[in-house]
Design a protein around this ligand. Sequence first.
Ligand SMILES: [Zn+2]
Ligand SMILES: [Zn+2]
Length: 241
Amino acid sequence: MTVKKIIFKSKAATSEKACIELMWDYLGSLYQNGQIYKNYEIIKVYDGELHACVTLSDEKALDEKNNNRYAVDSRSQLAALFDISETTLGETLSCEASCRCERPSFYLLQYDDWCNDSPVHCGDCGLCVPLYKLPYFSMHDEYHRILSWAEACKHVYGLYMYGLNERYMYRQINRVDFVLFKLGAEICREFEALTKIPFYSYIYKTGKNHGVCPQCKNEWRQSEGSLVHYVCEECRLCCDV
Ligand SMILES: [Zn+2]
Ligand SMILES: [Zn+2]
């Protein structure tokens, strides 16, 4: 994915602290709107310029038409204080390109414990789908709910890997009757209602659900695509071998 530098050259005498707060607001809005990933940084350059380094969720993510109302607001406040320009630094090697499919046949919600990509994957090409391309849930012009869910999954997975209350942590992310998994399934249902495209949750196959879907107890069906091995269409669940 493309990494850009946003350059802020001061054109008015203003408190640096206030400017930096405004920049964090702006970058936070871009993140919450799925336009950039969480690894954004502000760098104070020695000549007094401020730079922001951002990883884009796709090449067009920073187009102003994609901004939500919060990003529009903080960007216009910043534009009164700074000349703002952008330059491309290159491609990050820590995440793959994003999906360009027009209308995928299905989506998959799956957090990734080691990278910052979008937790929504395209069922056809398997690549991450920039969140800003998906509809908003009602009343919200951002994706706070799904981003928080993915972060919570990562933390729980981290605690599981660290060996803290292993069974409980594992169940949170991998049992259909535990809260975190249920929240993910709810997000899937809402996205499906908005996009009219099937939205699946991913579950790890364990001894208990090895041969059957853990929700309806029917046998898994072999997937026709290459992204996952097994699906239960009724429950919108999928898993691998
Ligand atoms: Zn795709
Ligand atoms: Zn099922």
